[in-house]
Design a protein around this ligand. Structure first.
Ligand SMILES: Cc1ncc(COP(=O)(O)O)c(C=O)c1O
Length: 372
């Protein structure tokens, strides 16, 4: 009798309980507690940045990044169409205009060769998003950004512990962002972080996350901010999880390699690229794409997996195909064939940190069966 296999399950068996108990014993549970500072400092150091600003989630981190960089009405920001909606929402809510590029058919990351053609006098920034396990090819992006004087916002939500040419992901943006949702390599339940080397951006993000209270006249506001604070309880989890990041990354790589080993003889499945010349895949999630030869789509494949109690998730739905943006007269006439195809043909398999070798074998056996 096989047991259900969730699409994700975190591992919380390090110092999490100990640090949470310290919060409770000391009474420090709000964002003023000492684990918040510790988590910010240790996380920023880990990605080689001067400042870390802990926030309530990775989506709000993007909102803060856009606001801190002063991007607003009429400005254009280039981003991949194949990403989570948080990226485009941050741009649109600021009154700016999202401009999308398609993705690469092999890595599923933004096709950096399409960026230059999208630049106009209104372009202010490129939002780089590392997708699923491999980083975006940063060298050409950095060259374009320097040439056209554009800011880089780096969404490294899925990339804790990953590097591009040995340099940590999260070290490339004027502001770079992370998420600590439970499906991430390290989790705080809900949580996020901005990192930067620029003191003024760091101060601005600190103010924005805390309703733009002023130090001298606390309840008089010159600007609108948000409450996007991270609590000491969440940061305590973060500190404990960060202690194990290297172990978690190694574990994810092992899982990815094992899936690839077992799946490679199943016809009709495109598997993740194991490595490029700038990075080894970190397999945040283990995605697969059904070839044109397969007579059903991702929705049907996931339905079949569900019948066998195996969790899965669809790939992102492209930003230029989002009804909400069409209603706002945004991104209506874009054509990004690669993202459109993989959104319909792609899904990911159970990829959580707690996944066992036995579960991987069970998933592969079922997938093999449903592909026949
Ligand atoms: C690339 C990317 N950016 C942003 C986010 C948003 O993070 P959160 O769920 O913490 O708001 C996610 C979440 O999975 C993500 O994958």
């Amino acid at each position: 009798m096989s047991h259900p296999i969730p699409v994700n399950q975190p591992l919380l068996d390090g110092n999490e309980k100990k640090y949470l108990n310290q919060c409770i014993d000391s009474g420090w549970i709000s964002s003023e507690g000492p684990f918040v500072k510790q988590f910010e400092q240790e996380f920023a150091a880990r990605v080689g940045r001067k400042y870390g600003i802990a926030v309530s989630n990775g989506s709000m981190a993007l909102d803060a990044a856009i606001a801190a960089l002063g991007i607003g009405a009429g400005d254009e920001v280039i981003l991949p169409t194949f990403t989570i909606i948080s990226c485009a929402v941050a741009i649109v809510r600021a009154g700016a205009i999202p401009v999308v590029v398609d993705c690469d058919p092999d890595t599923w990351n933004m096709d950096v060769s399409q960026i230059a053609a999208k630049i106009t006098p209104q372009t202010k920034a490129i939002m780089v998003v590392h997708i699923y396990g491999l980083p975006v090819d940063m060298e050409p992006v950095l060259a374009i950004a320097a040439k056209y004087n554009l800011q880089i916002i780096e969404d490294a939500a899925e990339m804790h512990g990953q590097t591009y040419q040995q340099r940590p992901c999260g070290s490339f943006g004027a502001l770079s962002t992370f998420s600590f949702y439970p499906n991430k390599h390290i989790t705080t339940g809900e949580g996020g972080m901005l990192v930067t080397d620029d003191q003024s951006y760091a101060e601005r993000c600190c103010s924005l996350r805390n309703l733009c209270f002023q130090s001298d006249k606390r309840f008089q506001h010159e600007e609108l901010g948000w409450n996007m604070r991270l609590s000491n309880l969440q940061a305590a989890l973060g500190v404990a999880q960060l202690e194990r990041l290297d172990e978690f990354v190694a574990r994810k790589r092992q899982m990815g390699q094992r899936y690839t080993q077992l799946l490679s003889d199943i016809p009709g499945l495109q598997l993740p690229v194991p490595r490029t010349d700038y990075a080894d895949n970190i397999y945040w999630v283990y995605g697969v794409v059904l070839d044109a030869s397969v007579p059903f789509d991702a929705t049907e494949a996931m339905r079949r997996l569900r019948q066998h109690q195996i969790g899965s998730r669809p790939f992102f739905w492209p930003m230029h195909e989002q009804p909400v943006f069409h209603k706002m007269n945004l991104l209506q006439h874009e054509c990004c064939p690669v993202a459109e195809r993989i959104a319909r043909r792609g899904f990911y398999l159970p990829s959580g940190m707690a996944l066992t070798e036995q579960q991987i074998e069970q998933v592969v056996n079922v997938l093999r069966e449903i592909m026949e």
